[in-house]
Design a protein around this ligand. Structure first.
Ligand code: PHE
Length: 451
């Protein structure tokens, strides 16, 4: 019975599609431009690309191997492979719940922006300042953003509970390329704005003097966040892959796609940012303030902005589903709740955190954790600490503890595929990933300052 249920998520659909559905989302289009803008642009991009290649790709593959070898939720996976490592599974479930706590808030913003595009409200302002203050007023509103957050949680719940993931994933097959196309059009429009070259320079010309311990931490965190790794999501998804899936190709395709979408988002945002005099360091509001200006400069602006936000909602939905699934699969299989009860448990938990996080941007803003409001604290804690920590342990686990035969079987599909980069991968997982991750953490704690 368990296997029947498991088959419903991945089914015959390609693994690339579900994994890319998870990784491409707000992380690429909302978070990447805002953290790149806050952390120096070109130098950030360079460090980010290195993190994706040297840490992200091997750890993504490691998680795929763990998930498909164990065929279980992330806690169950580590529990069966090596009981002492099940903390890694719990770290994943907790991280998923905390990510959802703020991710649903931003998802709610995109939903509201879709509605505002349809009603024409979004086309009403003329300057970047006007958009900035409209955005501010909206996210500080005492109830509307919270309602949209809850709506998004329920939308995700509905899809998880009614088992229509297949429909969503199939439509993502068409809609994701469409989102990509719309981004290309927006990028062209943005590049044609006066003064756009400054934005390109900001995004692509690295200024090495700007690389600090913080840049490394944030770039690494963004790489983990964007690829959905370090928290059991890809372990959970890979547990639904079938035995013919080529894990290496899947990981490579997902990484390339995810990085391309982030890059494209950067090419849309930064030329327009510089052209309209918006500060690249505006933070989480950056995309929401910049995009409406680009839409306004296009003919049929309402059609573009509605279309774009609708596609973004769908890309976001395929990510929230994957986050929700981490916790739901755990409650279902480990607590032996029915799928329905498991999904409700997740929904109630994240709905509550989501409402609080949504309010923390406005009325509850005075409520601070380490100097940050709840929304920012959840964002920083998960992306900069918990996910890289999860990645560190995953690389140690697969590099040192996991039975080598199990790992080989997964990467070669029981000997059917050749595996030429085996020793490189093992080297990365055993030594390079843990050491680099550790060094970045220590650097941020100031350990290397006196050297
Ligand atoms: N990778 C997703 C994004 O870029 C966010 C996410 C993180 C999804 C972790 C699942 C797990 O939007």
């Amino acid at each position: 019975m368990k296997t029947d249920k498991r088959a419903t998520l991945g089914g015959k659909l390609s693994a690339v599609l579900v994994a890319a559905g998870s990784s491409v989302g707000l992380g690429n289009i909302w978070r990447f431009p805002y953290v790149a803008g806050e952390n120096g642009g070109g130098s950030f991009l360079l460090v980010y690309a290195l993190c994706v290649l040297l840490l992200g790709l091997p750890i993504l593959l490691a998680e795929f191997a763990v998930g498909r070898a164990a065929h279980r939720n992330t806690v169950g996976a580590y529990r069966t492979l090596a009981p002492a490592w099940r903390f890694l599974g719990y770290n994943g479930v907790v991280t998923a719940l905390l990510i959802m706590g703020f991710y649903f808030v931003v998802s709610g913003w995109t939903l509201e922006y879709t509605v505002h595009s349809l009603t024409g409200e979004l086309g009403r302002y003329a300057t970047a300042e006007a958009y900035a203050s409209a955005f501010d007023a909206f996210i500080r509103d005492p109830w509307r953003p919270a309602v949209y957050t809850v709506l998004f949680v329920l939308l995700t719940h509905g899809i998880i509970a009614w088992g229509v993931q297949k429909g969503i994933e199939r439509s993502a097959k068409v809609l994701m390329p469409l989102l990509f196309l719309v981004l290309v059009v927006l990028a062209v429009r943005s590049l044609l704005m006066p003064g756009s070259a400054e934005g390109l320079r900001f995004l692509f010309a690295p200024d090495f003097s700007k690389i600090t311990a913080r840049t490394l931490l944030v770039a690494m965190g963004q790489a983990f966040f964007s690829l959905s790794i370090g928290m059991g999501c890809m372990v959970t998804y890979a547990s639904y892959f079938n035995s013919d899936t080529n894990l290496r190709h899947t990981a490579l395709h997902v990484t390339v796609l995810d990085t391309l979408v982030a890059l494209l988002a950067g090419i849309v945002i930064f030329p327009a940012v510089f052209s309209s005099g918006i500060a690249p360091t505006s933070g989480p509001s950056l995309v929401f303030v910049t995009l409406p200006g680009i839409f306004n400069s296009l003919p049929l602006s309402m059609v573009w902005s509605t279309g774009f936000f609708l596609l973004l909602v769908i890309a976001t939905l395929t990510s929230t589903i994957s986050l929700h699934e981490v916790a739901t699969a755990y409650f279902h299989e480990e607590w032996h709740l029915s799928r329905k009860a498991a999904a409700w448990t997740t929904t109630l938990l994240v709905g509550t955190i989501g409402i609080l996080a949504s309010l923390s941007v406005g009325v509850l803003n005075g409520w601070r954790i380490a100097g940050l409001n709840l929304f920012d604290a959840l964002d920083a804690l998960t992306a900069n600490i918990l996910m890289p920590l999860g990645g560190l342990c995953t690389s140690l686990f697969v590099g040192w503890r996991l039975d080598r035969r199990t790992f080989d079987e997964q990467l070669t599909n029981r000997g059917k595929l050749r595996f030429r980069i085996r020793s490189v991968l093992i080297f990365l997982l055993r030594y390079l990933c843990p050491l680099v991750l550790l060094a970045i953490f220590l650097d941020n704690l100031g350990v290397f300052k006196g050297l």
